[in-house]
Design a protein. Structure first.
Ligand SMILES: *Cc1c(COP(=O)(O)O)cnc(C)c1O
Length: 365
């Protein structure tokens, strides 16, 4: 897999940012298939294919809903339908803070537990905090895109399982697709959200949502589920391989192709992410430093501490002259860190090219 062959002819730079990511031509072509009616028999075929592939992708018998929304819509569904009253939100970066805000703004009693940015949420902390109150749900971001930290999901889920009434809501937006997530073999997860423009390497516009059986049961007694993000409406349509409202059919075609491609050779797909992550981590430990706590470095992206104090804005200006760009640090981490993605249609050679250019920039800074 590599960036479009016609790289020289591109008028836009290549994306080394953690979303949206590069999408190769062969997948983009799926977007041009003829339009079909979303209540026509043709759609049921596409719906069934996509639903079955999504379940295979997450290794689950539970339903996986395909939402026409960005990832945040999946988070909103989990918050609205998965929380009865009180939710505990672990915050170790910008996106876990977003999950807290999503819960809070949907009228749930949300309590946040802050962990320093760059550090992981540890299972012991989850146990300690859950013991303090009568929470009915917990939110966690598996991979914090703002800090390049991957939280230990399986260990956290194991701890949450010690509290049978507490449901686990997981933002896997930049993890599902970068690392395998086997929904049914993990300790129970109730909502698992992902988004198309991150580790699934598709254009933006879709969220995938795996939901446990007990979460569907609980939703029946949760009030104010709204309409667009009502998980029970999604479930009802899903049984007919449909969606409650008009889905983004073109993107579902691309999702079908992407999932088929991943499932054909999962080792190559996931191995490719790890290989790029290893390359960038090794390189960064020379002139720079990794921002993530050791042992919790993300496979999806690497967040690098700007130890030599170069201008990241100028670095990006230089990279743009060479037809690419990366991400500056998020929020307060701007100029203090920068981020390189391992998601999307970029090869090892593309990544090596980027690193070579950064070296060149640092040498003349
Ligand atoms: C990008 C991102 C989101 C937000 O997703 P949208 O698709 O922009 O709504 C949420 N969580 C994480 C971890 C992300 O990386």
């Amino acid at each position: 897999m590599s960036i479009q062959e016609n790289a020289e002819q591109r008028s836009v730079p290549r994306l080394f940012i953690p979303g949206p990511v590069e999408v190769e031509d062969s997948i983009m072509q799926a977007l041009t298939r003829p339009m079909i009616g979303h209540r026509a028999p043709e759609f049921s075929i596409l719906g069934e294919e996509v639903h079955t592939l999504s379940q295979r992708f997450f290794r689950t018998q539970d339903p996986v809903f395909v939402l026409t929304s960005s990832g945040t819509g999946g988070m909103e569904t989990a918050a609205r339908c998965g929380v009865r009253e009180k939710v505990l939100c672990f915050v170790n970066g910008a996106f876990s803070q977003r999950f807290f805000k999503v819960c809070d703004s949907n009228g749930k009693q949300a309590t946040r537990v802050d962990v320093p940015w760059g550090e992981a949420v540890k299972p012991e902390l989850v146990r300690e905090e859950l013991s303090r109150g009568d929470f009915d749900a917990v939110t966690i971001v598996h991979n914090e895109t703002s800090t390049g930290v991957m939280n230990p999901l399986a260990e956290i889920a194991e701890v949450v399982a010690e509290f049978p009434d507490v449901f686990l809501l997981v933002d896997g937006i930049t993890s599902a697709g970068a690392v395998p997530i086997h929904f049914d073999s993990l300790p129970p997860i109730d909502y698992l959200v992902t988004g198309s423009q991150k580790a699934l390497a598709l254009p933006p516009g879709l969220a995938l949502l795996a939901v446990s059986e007990r979460a569907l049961e609980r939703a029946e007694s949760v009030e104010n589920r709204g309409m667009y993000f009502d998980v029970l409406a999604m479930h009802k349509s899903w049984k007919k391989h449909q969606t409650p409202s008009t889905p983004t059919i073109a993107l579902m075609q691309a999702l079908k192709d992407r999932l088929q491609m991943i499932l054909q050779d999962e080792d190559a797909w996931f191995g490719g992410h790890q290989e790029k992550a290893d390359l960038v981590r090794g390189w960064a430990q020379g002139a720079f430093k990794l921002f993530a706590e050791p042992g919790y470095e993300s496979v999806s992206l690497t967040c690098i501490e700007n130890t030599p104090g170069i201008s990241i804005a100028d670095l990006n200006g230089f990279l743009r002259e060479h037809g690419m760009f990366l991400s500056n640090g998020y929020g307060d981490l701007k100029e203090k860190t920068f981020r390189i993605t391992h998601m999307g249609a970029i090869s090892m050679a593309d990544t090596e090219e980027l690193l070579g250019l950064i070296d060149e920039f640092v040498a003349k800074s």
